[in-house]
Design a protein around this ligand. Sequence first.
Ligand SMILES: NC(=O)c1ccc[n+]([C@@H]2O[C@H](COP(=O)([O-])OP(=O)(O)OC[C@H]3O[C@@H](n4cnc5c(N)ncnc54)[C@H](O)[C@@H]3O)[C@@H](O)[C@H]2O)c1
Length: 293
Amino acid sequence: MDIKKIAVLGAGQMGNGIAHVCAQSGYEVKMRDIEQQFLDKGLATIKGNLDRMLKKSKITQVDADATLRRIKCVLDLKEAVKDADLVIEAIPEIVKLKLDTWKDVDAAAPASAILASNTSSISITQMAAVTKRPQKFIGMHFFNPVPVMGLVEIIKGQATDDATVDVIKAVATKVGKQTVVVKEAPGFAVNRLLVPALNEAVFAIQEGITTVEDMDLAIKLGLNWPMGPLTLLDFVGLDTALYIADYFVDEFKDSKYRAPALLRKMVRAGWLGRKSGRGFYDYSTNPPKPGRF
Ligand SMILES: NC(=O)c1ccc[n+]([C@@H]2O[C@H](COP(=O)([O-])OP(=O)(O)OC[C@H]3O[C@@H](n4cnc5c(N)ncnc54)[C@H](O)[C@@H]3O)[C@@H](O)[C@H]2O)c1
């Protein structure tokens, strides 16, 4: 199947990045959000990112102009998906919202269109089941920031067929990403490893084994991570990390994924990381000051 037209649902952090890389790779893109202000913000982010790439000579002015020309912003869902070959959904991680949206998309998109969700955790099989084309439903998990990160995890739901996997592999390759294919399971491949690793870093702090700054330094230099696990947790958001850890325990029924009490306590205190100004580091100072626990 030849993909030419892509509808991207959601113009937020992930949606505008996905629209950007698809348009830059030659696809005609319709980016849909529920309010004009969100579309404007998403498009402004894309323009800012293209400008940065232009300044670094990674693209030419012609590339940047052509990329923007290929992106059409739309508010109406039917208009967005009516002629799409592929729909990529990047709307908030709320089960009911995704299920309702997929029912509407299934009714409005051509029967031949492939439906892909960028969900971080919600079951692909559960979403596929509300459509009449579960064999054409798939997980297409990009990483943040999309224009920079090199991976797409492809997630096969229970009914996803191999032809759909092949098409999504080809699209991901065309937008410059490498792919891994995983069967549906909580956390797919990357978060399944990352979340327990981040939990362990917090357990080590909770047990007083080392300090925040030394744990970050150890993992940065010892494992060559671009940032330490506690800095990363502050970026991700401690509430999000806790949500995923709790979700893993629920889904796997295995206590090895349990969140450290310290993480839960910090979330209860409103210490959510960068977004709240305080997490494992205190962001009221420059440079941020590591906390003592
Ligand atoms: N943020 C990350 O690091 C990350 C990484 C990988 C995957 N994801 C997943 O990507 C999805 C989107 O996350 P995000 O971080 O971009 O969220 P976000 O909050 O930045 O953006 C979501 C956007 O969707 C819009 N929206 C809400 N309902 C909509 C609808 N019915 N139709 C179209 N747009 C709608 C919102 O107005 C918002 O602009 C989630 O499923 C998330 O789990 C996020």
